[in-house]
Design a protein around this ligand. Structure first.
Ligand SMILES: Nc1ncnc2c1ncn2[C@@H]1O[C@H](COP(=O)(O)OP(=O)(O)O)[C@@H](O)[C@H]1O
Ligand SMILES: [Mg+2]
Length: 274
């Protein structure tokens, strides 16, 4: 499983994230299959990890070492989330996928049980036990047999399944009627809206020690340039701001102007790839 070790800064609870939470809750409540697609960098992975409390749970279920007192907190988080977040392996065969995901399922079940029923040593009657939702990220990596394996897992449990992928994944899935017929909901993860961008900019501006003043023409032009260049893409925004910060620091700049933004953008490869 891919581990997200890179620091991503503060998580912002955006409207897009709230919509994802609603979608995930619906899929789970209906124990169906949900498909979530959206352009690269809009925040799909972070939303899903957040929903699953994965930053807290992942270290334990990945290393699975000696138990510590602090694990109780992880057990509690897993019992609250009851969600497995799993990143599909690159080009994984069905046996590789099974070998890869099975330990996570088992360990997450143990975590949930440890919180709710520590004395209990019985077996679960379904392969996912107390897990109510499985979220598979980067689902376009899955081969047909990989998808088949997940469908089988889904069919033998009462859990929901969410497949996250890039735009176009919904068309690819249509080629697998066995799976496609089970899809209950399709959710498009949208780009950040204008006002969310504005809100995010304000926060970042402040962090750099500047104020973003709507009434100030220079600020407004700089903000407009950023919004245009990043087009609601969180990842680009993050990268652009790293450069703005660097340029502002090197040049001891007192305000973020449109020129600074454009200079920063030039150091990035901002294509129209997505
Ligand atoms: N809700 C959020 N709050 C703060 N930063 C975010 C948020 N969502 C995404 N980001 C930023 O955007 C980057 C890309 O997000 P990610 O979830 O990996 O996108 P996707 O999976 O859609 O390609 C993250 O690494 C992070 O820097
Ligand atoms: Mg992603």
């Amino acid at each position: 499983m891919n581990r997200q070790t890179r620091r991503t800064g503060t998580f912002i609870v955006t409207r897009e994230h709230k919509r994802f939470v609603e979608f995930a809750n619906t899929v789970r409540r209906n124990a169906t299959i949900g498909l979530c697609h959206g352009r690269a960098g809009v925040g799909k992975t972070l939303s899903a990890r957040r929903y699953a409390h994965w930053d807290r749970i992942e270290p334990l279920v990945t290393t699975w070492g000696k138990r510590e007192d602090s694990d109780a907190k992880v057990y509690a988080a897993s019992a609250r989330a009851r969600t497995l977040f799993y990143t599909a392996p690159v080009g994984g065969s069905i046996s590789a996928l099974r070998k890869d995901i099975q330990p996570y399922i088992m360990r997450l079940c143990i975590c949930i049980d440890s919180h709710e029923n520590p004395e209990w040593t019985g077996r679960h009657s379904t392969p996912l036990g107390p897990i109510e939702l499985v979220i598979v990220d980067e689902a376009e990596r899955l081969t047909m047999t990989g998808l088949e394996f997940l469908r089988d897992l889904f069919d033998h449990s009462d859990a929901g399944l969410i497949l996250i992928g890039m735009p176009g994944i919904e068309k690819r899935m249509a080629q697998y009627p066995q799976l496609y017929s089970r899809i209950g909901f399709v959710h498009e993860y949208p780009s950040l809206s204008q006002d969310e961008m504005q809100f995010d900019l304000q926060r970042r501006w402040r962090k750099l020690g500047f104020g973003l003043d709507d009434a100030d023409f220079t600020d407004a032009r700089a903000a407009a340039a950023i919004i245009r260049l990043t087009a609601g893409n969180f990842q680009l925004l993050q990268r652009l701001f790293m450069q703005i910060e660097r340029i502002a620091r090197i040049n001891e700049i007192a305000a973020i102007t449109k020129d600074v933004v454009e200079a920063a953008a030039q150091t990035l490869v901002i294509g129209n790839a997505n």
